[in-house]
Write a protein that binds this ligand. Structure first.
Ligand code: HEM
Length: 519
């Protein structure tokens, strides 16, 4: 469509169009003819007839009530007929790939003029490439799918696979060997946990929690047992299919009967008479990506205790969606296994050794959750900083109220402390073997996860108070706040409830107390 010719008007010219049947307004140096639109305006026509609006500058009134993106929607953008002579727009649209200039909207290492010893050039290049990719390809799909509840579009999954993003989300390791990562901005050998943090945090900015989990979260938790404990043939086949985005995998442990209490699980796996197959019976609940997964890493009760088995979707496997407080884009499923026949070669790790198989990935899984939680919190801090600057109450911007500033202060302190602790732990991970991480970092990561999701919930609550009714409204100014507040509880439960994780951290500290320590 050819763009229409925009003219220049003086403010005096605009002022003449100040009647119901000839009504222009100025927003941010641009002139809009809203004569016909006012009858279709979602906020009603009367607002345009208020004595301060027709023929005048409505910038302040507009930004107190609308997100800038409203003016970018094609049906509203075409209301613009010109610009004001000698004036320039000052409002900066969301620029795909760009860093935000709002204070605290980016972690310190991405804020101009600040320094960090953790990140090198390859981290910066990866961040830039990820930001552009997420903004251009993932963000638009995230907003649509979060709305219609469908799983992330196959094109997005495929494009992520082409850049090896699924593989990078598994962290450093042999699975990266020979792969070109994000068009080569980082080598497989050079890829460390800070690179992985960058990948997780850029995805964590989506503001679409259900979709975020739909975006192959199952790989992050379901594939490691296959990579680390499956036989060579199975490992190669499944990891290739899953990391290339052709197939999906889920971790299927929790049940209606038990969650953290793994010993209380009821799904059974019994050997067939010839000893060649497992016969699996039971149910699993709250399984992320389950409605569309092809593979399930299943925790089963076996003769020797608890065993992990890779089950392929097929006869006897049924999945149905569970309605949770976030969108069905995550594919959260209830699964039934009825006499499912699985070759014994699909056993992951030793029979009876399933606890170790599952526990071995817990640290990494929880750390990934901390990465996303820290970044998602930051998007809320940015929303609040912008809103409190542009919204006026009692004739002054909201941020001129001390109570509002106190809330902002707590939000900023929380997100900065979470990120800083996270970076410290990430640095430890970079310098420890996997075994060392298991013994030295399980406690700190448990504590960080507890702290991080508590901070997130406090920030969600504060944000709703700042946005008022908009903070509980699914459209308009507060839509990201409403979404965050509604879905934040997920983070506090995934990978272990807050109290359980906090307790883990303290128990580990108690176990390591020097015997001779006295006051
Ligand atoms: C080109 C100009 C405008 C466009 C395209 C526009 C568009 C919209 C849209 C799409 C909504 C629905 C809510 C949302 O998606 O954010 C809305 C709501 C609203 N608009 Fe406008 N609007 C314009 C100008 C104005 C002006 C100048 C005022 C006030 C003087 C105004 C007052 C309102 C009000 C009161 C609401 C309801 C807000 C709420 O429910 O919180 N609009 N407008």
């Amino acid at each position: 469509m050819a763009s229409k010719q925009l003219r220049e008007y003086t403010r005096d010219e605009v002022a003449k169009h100040n009647k119901a049947d000839d009504l222009w307004i100025i927003i941010d140096g641009k002139v809009y003819d809203v004569t016909r639109f006012k009858g279709m305006h979602p906020g009603g026509s009367s607002v345009f007839l208020d004595e301060e609006i027709p023929g005048q500058d409505a910038t302040e009134a507009f930004y107190a009530l609308h997100r800038h993106e409203v003016l970018q929607r094609p049906q509203y953008a075409r209301l613009q007929i010109g610009t004001v002579t000698g004036e320039e727009s000052v409002v900066v649209a969301r620029v795909a790939g760009a860093l935000s200039k709002v204070p605290y909207a980016e972690p310190t290492w991405l804020t101009g003029g600040y320094h960090s010893s953790y990140y090198q050039e390859s981290h910066r290049q990866l961040q830039k490439a990820m930001r552009e990719f997420v903004d251009d390809v993932v963000y638009p799909d995230a907003q649509l799918r979060e709305e219609d509840g469908k799983r992330p579009s196959p094109e997005v999954i495929e494009k992520m696979a082409d850049l090896n993003i699924h593989a990078m989300r598994m962290g450093p390791g042999k699975h990266l060997k020979g792969k070109t990562l994000m068009n080569g901005v980082v080598t497989p050998e050079g890829f460390d946990y800070f690179h992985e943090l960058v990948v997780s945090q850029e995805i964590g900015r989506l503001g679409a929690r259900g979709y975020g989990d739909g975006l192959n979260a199952g790989v992050v938790i379901g594939l490691p047992p296959v990579l680390n404990f499956a036989n060579a043939e199975l490992r190669k086949r499944v990891s290739e299919e899953v990391l290339s985005g052709r197939k999906f995998i889920s971790l299927a442990i929790s049940e209606a009967f038990a969650g953290s209490d793994v010993q209380g699980l009821k799904t059974t796996a019994k050997k067939s008479e010839d000893g060649k197959y497992w016969i699996i019976n039971g149910t699993k609940k709250w399984i992320t990506n389950g409605t569309f997964s092809d593979y399930f890493t299943v925790g089963c009760k076996t003769e020797d205790g608890f065993t992990c088995i890779l089950v392929e979707r097929g006869e006897g496997v049924e999945t149905k969606p569970i309605k949770t407080s976030y969108s069905s884009a995550a594919g959260t499923a209830y699964i039934t296994f009825e006499n499912v026949k699985v070759p014994v070669e699909n056993t992951l790790g030793p029979e009876g050794g399933g606890i170790f198989v599952i526990l071995s990935n817990f640290n990494h899984e929880r750390w990934v959750m901390c990465c996303s939680s820290a970044r998602a919190q930051r998007t809320i801090v940015e929303e609040c900083l912008k809103w409190t600057a542009q919204r006026k109450a009692f004739g002054k911007p909201l941020n001129s109220q001390a109570v509002i500033r106190a809330k902002l202060a707590n939000m900023i302190a929380r997100v900065e402390s979470v990120q800083t602790w996270l970076e410290n732990i990430t640095y430890q991970m970079n310098n420890m073997s996997y075994k060392e991480q298991a013994s030295k970092l399980a406690g700190p990561i448990g504590l960080l996860k507890m702290y991080s999701t508590r901070c997130a919930q406090d920030t969600a609550r504060d944000a709703v108070q700042i946005f008022g009714g908009r903070g509980i409204t699914k459209t308009g100014m507060g839509r990201f706040i409403e979404h965050y507040y509604r879905t934040i509880t997920f983070d506090s439960l995934l990978g272990g409830a807050e109290d359980v994780l906090g307790d883990l951290g303290v128990r580990q500290a108690i176990a390591k107390m020097p015997k001779n320590a006295r006051l």
